[in-house]
Design a protein around this ligand. Sequence first.
Ligand code: ACO
Length: 325
Amino acid sequence: MTSFSRITGTGSYLPPRRVTNDDLARDLAGRGIETSDQWIIERTGIKARHFAAPDVTSSDLGLEAAKAALEAAGRSAAEVDLIIVATSTPDMVFPSVAAILQSKLGIAGCPAFDVQAVCSGFVYALTVADAMIRTGSAKCALVVGAEVFSRILDFNDRTTCVLFGDGAGAVVLEASAEPGILATDLHADGKHVGILCVPGNVSGGSVLGTPFLHMDGQAVFKLAVRVLEDAARTTLQKAGKTDQDIDWLIPHQANIRIMEGTARKLKLPREKLIVTVDEHGNTSAASVPLALDHAVRSGKVKKGDTLMLEGVGGGFTWGAVLLNY
Ligand code: ACO
């Protein structure tokens, strides 16, 4: 009887071009915009991010992450029977990045679709894959977060363009007799659409509205700190666990101050917080699986550890997944 789902492999990929705060500050200075390494580090904890080349898409980044996750799981692409990609920066309006990724993996037939929940996307996608595995609709799912956020950044807006980066992370989630995913908790509140959005669309061959990311940083900050604690506590309660059962907290990597605030509220020491925002920036739906893969490959996260994954982002959306790795 397989009534649980468990992560059996992780992978990630960053495009090779690493852009430091000083690199970015130099570029922005050329446009008459002032920023500094010191401002960005103090306010966000970000030191560098990676930007994809102009012809590289989310499915390209997702493919590399997926291949690494499959290898770590000891699975071939042919064994995958479900693909879910979390992204807000798809290759095209349609079809989904998941369908394009399926083709790039050289497979066909299994369901493939995208989840759009911005920076909560991976936590949403993992929850959907877990539900499909537990109900017997899938046995070996590929769950990917992939983004090219650099495409939707306005490099004339210093309040947002210094915060984000490109990348992808992936996990293989398989049916298991042993519990992997212990509990999940997802939420959205659409009345906050205006504080974090890309208010543009394609219409009649033109872009309608503004195709750049808009954010009220302080409003997002306040909401994020509150909902991340709530989601973690609800998820722990559902699993019959307490904050002291968490071995590693892997929150959305947006801002080190939000992440440390969440760890403090959960009474977790700083050492239990996985941090990659310093080197990746905010990679939206890719941030949690990227951080997870880095934590696994660096030897921090070990088999049997209890992990709290958390997402928060545009929508407003938020959620958490508690799992035994
Ligand atoms: N360089 C230098 N100065 C800057 C920059 C910059 N890049 N950006 C803003 N400033 C200035 C502002 O103009 C302001 O100047 P003023 O005081 O003269 O008006 C000053 O710095 C302070 O600006 P604030 O907006 O008050 O700075 P704050 O401390 O709030 O930090 C930040 C801004 C980093 C955006 C923060 O609010 C934040 O992290 N918010 C949350 C973002 C987040 O978590 N997003 C997650 C979801 S992302 C998603 O779903 C896609």
